[in-house]
Ligand binder design. Structure first.
Ligand SMILES: NC(=O)c1ccc[n+]([C@@H]2O[C@H](COP(=O)([O-])OP(=O)(O)OC[C@H]3O[C@@H](n4cnc5c(N)ncnc54)[C@H](O)[C@@H]3O)[C@@H](O)[C@H]2O)c1
Ligand SMILES: [Zn+2]
Length: 449
C-alpha cells in the first residue's frame, strides 16, 4: 500500500555568512538574506523534529531547528509505481532554473524524468559499474510512454577515464544513432559520469538538453548541482570543460543502497563543508544525527541531501561562474588537492582528502586567531565519527605540500588564496591576506616527516 507522498519546494532563502574580503563579495548584504543570518531564524529550515522519535534537531533553539521528519519519513517511503519526491529544491537561475528532485524509488516510476525530455530521443550515459545496477530502470522509465527512443552508451568506470578519448565515445554513439539537436543526454552515475555527460551535452551540436541522475553521495550533494562540467587533461584535473546547467537533477536515494561505505562517507565530508562555511545549524544537526546518517536511515539521508542542495543552490544562484562566493565551496580543497596529487590520484578518494584539508584549514584559522578552537575540535570529532580520515598520509612532506599548493597559486596569478574560517561557526573568508608563517606551521603540525 502506498503512503501519500509529500512534495514541497523550498526556495533558496536562507543566509550565507561569508566575508569575501579579497573580492568584495559579502552575501550577508543580500537583502533577501538579511533576516536569515541567525541559523535558527531561517524560515525554510526552521523545522521541528518533535514528530520524529529517532532524529534529533539541532538544539540551538530547542525544538526549532530539526527537520520536519514526521512528514518526511512518511513521504520517503513511496509507491514504486508512482514515485514522487520527498523534497524538491529549486536552483534559481532565471530562465535556466531547474528542480532537484529527491526521494526514494524515483527511478522506478512516475513521469519526473520524461517530463524533462522535450524531444523524442534520449542518450543515457553511464559506466560499467552503474549500468548493471540501474540502467534497466532508467531505460524502462524513459521508454514508458512509448514516445522516446532511448540509446545507451556505457563508459569504463574511473577517474582515469575522465578524458577526451573516452568522451568521444559519447559523441560517436550520438552520431551513429542520428541524435539531433532536440535530443537529451542523461547522466546516470557519480561525479565522473555527470561531469563528462554535461560537457558532452554542452558541445554536442552546440548544446543539447541534459539531465543529471547522480548515484553517489558526492554527486548528489555537490557535483550534479551548479553546472560545472568537464574532463581532465594530462596536465590538470577538470582543465577542459564548460558551465552548462542541467534541465533537472533526479536523486533516487535508493541507489545509495549499493554504494560502498568508503564512497558513502567520503561524500559526507563535502556535506560537513556546507555546515562549516555557511550553515551552522546543519552542522549541529549532523552532530546530533551521526548514528542515523551512518546507518543510512532514509529520512536522515533525504534531509542531508536536501539541505546540502539548498546550500549549493544558493551559492550557485549568487555566483554561477565562480567570480566570488562560489569559491568558498572549495574549503579544504587546496590542502586536499595537494594530498590527492602528492600520494597519486586514486589512492585517496576526493572527499577523504577534503576531510583532512578542511581540518587543516580550520586549524590554520584557529592559529590565525580567527576562530575559537572549539570549532576545530568539533570538526575533527564529526569527521572522525563519519569515519573520514583526519590525518595527513605519512608520505606527505612540507615540501610536497608547498610545491603542490604553489600550483593553485600559479592558477590564481601568483597569489595563493585560501578559504579559511573566521568568526562564529558558519563564517568563512576567501583570502590571500594571511600570515605565510602560520600556513607553514600548520602544515608542519600535520606532516609526519
Ligand atoms: N562538477 C562539480 O561541481 C564537481 C564537484 C565535485 C566533484 N566533481 C567531480 O566528481 C568526481 C567524483 O565524483 P564521485 O565521488 O561520485 O566519483 P565517481 O563518479 O568515480 O563514483 C565513485 C564510484 O562509485 C561507483 N558508483 C556510482 N554510483 C554507484 C552506486 N549507486 N552503487 C555502487 N557504485 C556506484 C562509480 O562507478 C565509481 O566506481 C570527480 O571527477 C570530481 O572532479 C565535480
Ligand atoms: Zn570537492
Amino acid at each position: 500500500m502506498c503512503r501519500k507522498s509529500f512534495t514541497h519546494t523550498r526556495r533558496t532563502t536562507h543566509g550565507c555568512a561569508v566575508f569575501a574580503d579579497d573580492f568584495g563579495v559579502d552575501c550577508r548584504a543580500h537583502p533577501a538574506m538579511q533576516t536569515l543570518i541567525r541559523p535558527c531564524a531561517r524560515p525554510a529550515l526552521g523545522l521541528t523534529s518533535a514528530s520524529s522519535p529517532k532524529l534529533r534537531g539541532c538544539g540551538t533553539v530547542a525544538g526549532k531547528c530539526g527537520p520536519r521528519f514526521g512528514s518526511r519519513m512518511a513521504s520517503s517511503r513511496v509507491c514504486a509505481a508512482n514515485a514522487s519526491p520527498a523534497a524538491t529544491v529549486e536552483v534559481a537561475l532565471g530562465d535556466r532554473s531547474y528542480p532537484i528532485y529527491i526521494g526514494h524509488g524515483l527511478l522506478r516510476g512516475g513521469d519526473l524524468l520524461r517530463k524533462h525530455v522535450p524531444g523524442n530521443t534520449a542518450l543515457v550515459v553511464t559506466n560499467t559499474t552503474v549500468a548493471p545496477l540501474y540502467l534497466d530502470r532508467v531505460v524502462a522509465n524513459l521508454s514508458q510512454g512509448g514516445d522516446i527512443r532511448v540509446e545507451v552508451v556505457v563508459l569504463p568506470d574511473g577517474e582515469e577515464h575522465k578524458n577526451m578519448e573516452v568522451l568521444m565515445k559519447v559523441w560517436d554513439k550520438a552520431l551513429e544513432t542520428r541524435l539531433d539537436r532536440g535530443t537529451t543526454f542523461v547522466a546516470l552515475g557519480g561525479g565522473v559520469i555527470g561531469d563528462m555527460t554535461g560537457f558532452a551535452a554542452a558541445s554536442y551540436q552546440r548544446g543539447v538538453n541534459f539531465i543529471q541522475i547522480p548515484t553517489t553521495v558526492m554527486s548528489m550533494v555537490d557535483s550534479s548541482v551548479g553546472g560545472k562540467t568537464g574532463v581532465n587533461h594530462p596536465s590538470g584535473k577538470n582543465m577542459i570543460g564548460a558551465f552548462y546547467q542541467p534541465r533537472c537533477v533526479l536523486i533516487d536515494t535508493e541507489t545509495l543502497g549499493t554504494l560502498p561505505d568508503r564512497e558513502y562517507v567520503s561524500g559526507l565530508a563535502e556535506v560537513v563543508k556546507y555546515g562549516l562555511i555557511r550553515d551552522p545549524a546543519f552542522f549541529q544537526w549532523m552532530e546530533d544525527n551521526v548514528d542515523e546518517l551512518m546507518a543510512r536511515e532514509e529520512s536522515a539521508v533525504v534531509y542531508t541531501i536536501e539541505r546540502s542542495c539548498i546550500n549549493k543552490a544558493e551559492v550557485v544562484a549568487l555566483d554561477e561562474k565562480e567570480g566570488g562566493v562560489r569559491a568558498t565551496l572549495n574549503l579544504g580543497h587546496t590542502f586536499g588537492h595537494a594530498i590527492e596529487t602528492g600520494i597519486g590520484y586514486g589512492e585517496w578518494l576526493h572527499g577523504e582528502a577534503v576531510s583532512v584539508g578542511m581540518i587543516m584549514a580550520a586549524d590554520m584559522s584557529e592559529r590565525m586567531g580567527w576562530m575559537d578552537k572549539r570549532i576545530l575540535a568539533r570538526t575533527v570529532d564529526l569527521l572522525k565519527k563519519f569515519n573520514c580520515p583526519t590525518e595527513v598520509p605519512a608520505e606527505m612532506t612540507l615540501e610536497t605540500f608547498e610545491t603542490l599548493m604553489a600550483v593553485d597559486k600559479k592558477a590564481a596569478n601568483g597569489k595563493l588564496r585560501l578559504i579559511l574560517l573566521k568568526g562564529e561557526l558558519g563564517n568563512c573568508v576567501f583570502t590571500g591576506d594571511f600570515d605565510k608563517q602560520v600556513l607553514k606551521e600548520t602544515i608542519q603540525a600535520y606532516v609526519k616527516k
